[in-house]
Design a protein. Structure first.
Ligand SMILES: Nc1nc2c(ncn2[C@@H]2O[C@H](COP(=O)(O)OP(=O)(O)OP(=O)(O)O)[C@@H](O)[C@H]2O)c(=O)[nH]1
Ligand SMILES: [Mg+2]
Length: 296
């Protein structure tokens, strides 16, 4: 069963986003640079297309993503009509604010010239960095930011010194995540509430992924000698190397999983991308997903 997370406040958020869409000129779609296609919310896409609003796609958290893969995403998105693309990272947000605002003005040329300010709504899945971006653009701590999904629960409108109107919105998931791998990747990247997934399952998946595509850092960090081993074995070795062992010399799977997820999300395991533009929707791993794990 794919991971699902659509808490009550998102229904309200969806309605309000549809209403605000009518009153703004464009959207700033904040995507996670590590998985930009998977973090593209189909609900937002539909609303934007229905209203013919141009989109500036911000590939955020680029400091955590594989730079070569991010460059490939930028090339792909540049080909999209009625949109533009910009990569941003933790350190560069304030520095690149003028670049972002210039791109917004280019997307809505009829709103430039001083008298008619650009009005933009910032949209994206939870925890992707929308409020952080608002704060960087306004150079104030105006919106609440925290490393947990679901922090912003209502819209917040701010006016920048140049007159640009920005609307921060609650992160929104969609009611049905279609595939197991997309759900696991969304959970791994931190966009899903922690009660909606099994941390061990996600960490297990992460180790399999990293062993296949980004083996060097995890081999050192978790003392993994055989990266071809079954993910169960990778997980067990990693847990022991992290000292997550309980009585009877059994591993503490929950604790180990949380440590691995924290490592991944904090960039301790290097700059990792979870999908590439030339993949099929999910960039499937060849190895079995947890549901298909052979019986011990
Ligand atoms: N490494 C890194 N972390 C970032 C970046 N941008 C934001 N963050 C962190 O991501 C976490 C979530 O940021 P928020 O701005 O609260 O995210 P949001 O999209 O507003 O989240 P919701 O309100 O829950 O939808 C915070 O811990 C930020 O510090 C970035 O470019 N790089
Ligand atoms: Mg927020």
């Amino acid at each position: 069963m794919p991971i699902q997370w659509f808490p009550g406040h998102m229904n309200k958020a969806k309605k309000q986003i549809a209403e605000t869409m009518a009153k703004v000129d464009m959207v700033i779609e904040v995507l996670d640079a590590r998985l930009p296609r998977i973090t593209t919310n189909p609900l937002i896409h539909e609303l934007r297309i229905a209203r013919q609003r141009p989109s500036l796609k911000v590939l955020n958290k680029a400091d955590l993503a594989d730079p070569n893969v991010t460059a490939a995403w930028v090339r792909t998105y540049k080909a999209d009509a009625n949109s533009a693309v910009l990569t941003l990272d933790e350190a560069g947000k304030t520095r690149d604010a003028h670049k972002l605002l210039a791109l917004c003005r280019e997307l809505v040329p009829h709103r430039t010239g001083g008298e008619k300010p650009v009005r933009a709504m910032i949209l994206g899945v939870p925890n992707v960095g929308k409020s952080t971006l608002i704060n960087a653009l306004s150079r104030r701590k105006i919106a609440k930011v925290a490393d947990t999904p679901g922090v912003t629960q209502s819209q917040q409108r701010i006016e920048l010194v140049d007159g640009t109107i920005l609307v921060d919105t609650p992160g929104m998931m969609w009611p049905k995540i279609e595939s197991d791998n997309a759900g696991l990747k969304l959970a791994l990247s931190g966009t899903i509430g922690k009660n909606a997934f099994d941390a061990e399952e996600v960490a297990w998946y992460a180790l399999g992924w990293l062993a296949k595509f980004y083996p060097t850092v995890i081999a050192t960090r978790y003392k993994l000698k055989d990266l071809e081993a079954h993910p169960d074995e990778l997980f067990e070795t990693a847990a022991r190397s992290l000292g997550c062992v309980q009585s009877g010399n059994r591993i503490d799977g929950q604790k180990a999983a949380e440590r691995i997820l924290t490592d991944f999300r904090g960039g301790v395991l290097g700059r990792v991308s979870l999908e590439r533009p030339d993949d099929a929707l999910d960039m499937q791993l060849d190895e079995p997903t947890p549901d298909e794990t052979p019986e011990a």
